[in-house]
Design a protein around this ligand. Structure first.
Ligand code: IDP
Ligand code: MG
Length: 139
C-alpha cells in the first residue's frame, strides 16, 4: 500500500465562494504535487456511496444534500506521508476547533460546510481516488 498519496475534494461551499485558487495555492505551498484534478458534480447516488460509512449518522441526509448541491473540485495529491500531512493542513472537522492557518480555519463556515475533504487512511485514499478518476486521468 503506497503512503505518498491522498485524495481531496474542494466542497461545494469552496467552489461557490470562489476559493478554488486560494485553496490549491495552499496545497501547492505545502509541498503536494497534483496527480489528478477536475471540477465535477456528484449525484445523490455518488454522495451516498462515497460517504456510505456515515449512513447511520444523523447528519447523513444533510451531508448528501450539501455535497451534491453544486460542483466540487476533486484531486489526488502526492507527498511523503500524504494522508497525515494533508489532514494537518486542512485542520479539524469543525473549523471552530481547527488550528490557525489551516484550510478549514481559513475557509470553512461550520462543521457541516467545512470547505474540504481529506482521506483518513492510505487505503481510503486509494479507494476515493479511484472513485473519481480513471487511470488515464492520473499523472
Ligand atoms: P472529516 O471530513 O474531517 O474526515 P468525518 O467525521 O469523516 O470528518 O465527516 C465527514 C463529513 O461529514 C465532514 O467533513 C462534514 O462535512 C460532515 N459532518 C461531520 N460531522 C458533522 C456534524 O456533526 N454535522 C453536520 N455535518 C457533519
Ligand atoms: Mg472523514
Amino acid at each position: 500500500m503506497r503512503t505518498d498519496r491522498t485524495f481531496t475534494m474542494l466542497k461545494p461551499d469552496s467552489v461557490e465562494k470562489g476559493h478554488i485558487g486560494a485553496i490549491l495555492e495552499k496545497i501547492n505551498a505545502a509541498g503536494f504535487r497534483i496527480v489528478a484534478l477536475k471540477e465535477t458534480q456528484m449525484t445523490t447516488a455518488d454522495a451516498e456511496a462515497f460517504y456510505a460509512v456515515h449512513n447511520e449518522r444523523p447528519f447523513f441526509g444533510e451531508l448528501v444534500e450539501y455535497m451534491t448541491r453544486g460542483p466540487i473540485v476533486a484531486a489526488i495529491l502526492e507527498k511523503d506521508n500524504a494522508v497525515d500531512d494533508f489532514r494537518t493542513l486542512i485542520g479539524a472537522t469543525n473549523p471552530a476547533d481547527a488550528a490557525e492557518g489551516t484550510i478549514r480555519k481559513l475557509y470553512a463556515a461550520s462543521i457541516g460546510e467545512n470547505a474540504v475533504h481529506g482521506s483518513d487512511s492510505d487505503e481510503n485514499a486509494a479507494i476515493e481516488g479511484a472513485f473519481h478518476f480513471s487511470g488515464r486521468e492520473m499523472f
